[in-house]
Design a protein around this ligand. Structure first.
Ligand code: CAO
Length: 414
């Protein structure tokens, strides 16, 4: 039995943030019924198309383990079906633009009145406040949540990151809110609203930068390279390039082949506990006793020199050789792995972190599997549904006869 078996999710999500949440719940065993507009569906089905006529990878990779029901919730017949679904399901998840659900006639008050046990979970760009009515996409959230301002190099513009912390990150937050509300409902018998705002999710993931914002009041941030470079700090947490900026200084360093391979780099952390071993590995044993290098505090003003010296050594090794040499010595390093390398990594296939899926329209493709492993609830990744693939099945389970279903179809409701 899967962990969330028996939980029914009424999935009104689209694009990325909401679908990542419901996909996660599906992986854990929930029955996810994805409601889509007839003939149209989730806009991502037809975005970034690589195989003409087939659902895009954008859609398929976000919508595994779901059933698709087409339903026009703006028709009276469609609204009647939706009411039945609300009575049947445990959780309604949505990430419409602010106000869309109210306009549809299914805001919280109505849903709660229909089914007091229903948990209604939403992703919005912003929480209550001046921007609550705004539509938001990934990069807007990264910018509004503090990530862009603290990402990039000091002398460059703010940068967005490839990790979808605004969309997929908020989807993860929402999933946690949903299972927490389900747990609460076990005891209280009552549903509740769950809101994950993308700005809040990004800020939560950027908390160390809010930490540093407050530390600025006590003086310059000595763990940032600019301290040793005598560049004054302003009044906000600066961009710190590839500095770890934390208690254990680290940086991305070139490895053998960097001139032609854009990913021939390693992340190297000068963890204090293994400093002596680092000195031996890089051929600087004299730094072990030298008071200018022997302690973490002494090294902070000279991080540039320390990392340049380590880099002279890493440039003589491939990123994997650096790993092979440093790991047995407990020196924390990590190769910069390209998407190609990750896609081809056998150990990630073995654990189900990357899986190959077969799809009737597009054939075989790779996707991420569930990143959280439950020992008693193994995940089987099931291909994403075609538009409306399960409409008849879902409606029959709701008690509609074949005649009812064809009536709904001719009325344009499904
Ligand atoms: N039947 C009938 N109508 C439906 C429907 C259905 N099954 N499903 C959706 N619709 C309607 C909605 O009711 C809405 O209609 P109205 O505007 O007339 O009330 C309309 O479709 C469009 O919904 P939307 O405004 O959510 O979609 P959009 O493409 O214009 O905006 C987005 C997309 C993502 C910007 C917006 O939904 C949003 O800001 N969501 C919240 C934040 C979020 O999740 N962002 C992450 C997106 S991933 O980067």
């Amino acid at each position: 039995m899967k962990a969330l078996e028996g939980v029914k999710i009424l999935d009104f999500t689209h694009v990325q943030s909401g679908p990542t949440c419901t996909q996660l719940l599906g992986w854990f065993g929930a029955d996810v019924i994805k409601v889509e507009r007839p003939g149209v569906g989730d806009a991502t089905r037809k975005q970034l198309v690589d195989v003409p006529g087939a659902d895009s990878l954008y859609f398929t990779m976000l919508n595994h383990n779901k059933r698709s029901l087409t339903l026009n919730t703006k028709t009276p017949e469609g609204k009647a079906v939706l009411e039945k679904l609300i009575l049947e399901c445990d959780v309604m998840v949505e990430n419409f633009a602010p106000g869309a659900l109210d306009r549809m006639g299914f805001g919280w008050d109505r849903v709660h009145e229909l089914n007091p046990r229903m948990i209604m979970a939403s992703v919005k760009g912003f929480g209550p406040g001046p921007y609550e009515d705004c539509k938001v996409y990934e990069n807007v959230a990264q910018c509004a949540g503090g990530s862009a301002s603290t990402t990039g190099f000091l002398d460059g513009p703010p940068l967005v990151t490839g990790a979808q912390i605004g969309d997929s990150g908020t989807g993860l937050h929402l999933a946690l809110g949903i299972v927490t509300a389900l747990y609460h409902r076990e005891k209280s018998g009552e549903g509740q609203r769950v809101l994950a705002a993308m700005q809040d999710g990004v800020l939560n993931l950027c908390r160390v930068k809010l930490r540093d914002q407050q530390r600025l009041a006590a003086g310059p941030l000595k763990e940032y390279s600019q301290y040793g470079e005598d560049i004054p700090f302003g009044d906000a947490t600066p961009r710190a390039g590839n500095d770890s900026g934390g208690g254990q200084p680290g940086r991305i360093l070139k490895c053998k082949g960097w001139e032609t391979d854009p990913n021939a780099y390693t992340y190297f952390i000068t963890q204090a506990a293994v400093w002596q071993k680092i000195c031996d590995v890089i051929g600087k044993p004299e730094w072990k006793e030298d008071p200018e290098y022997a302690t973490p505090d002494a090294r902070l003003p000279r991080l540039g020199e320390v990392f340049s010296t380590i880099e002279e050594w890493t440039m003589t090794k491939t990123k994997f050789e650096v790993m092979d040499i440093c790991n047995p010595l407990d020196i924390p390093v990590g190769p910069i792995l390209s998407m190609k390398e990750l896609a081809e990594e056998p150990s990630l296939r073995d654990t189900g972190t990357i899986v190959e899926v077969d799809h009737p329209e597009r054939g075989k493709y790779l996707t991420v599997g569930c990143p959280v492993k439950l020992s008693a609830s193994p995940v089987e990744v099931v291909r994403s549904p075609l538009l409306g693939e399960h409409s008849d099945e879902v409606l029959a389970q709701l008690g509609y006869s074949a005649d009812d279903i064809s009536g709904l179809r001719s009325a344009g409701a499904i």
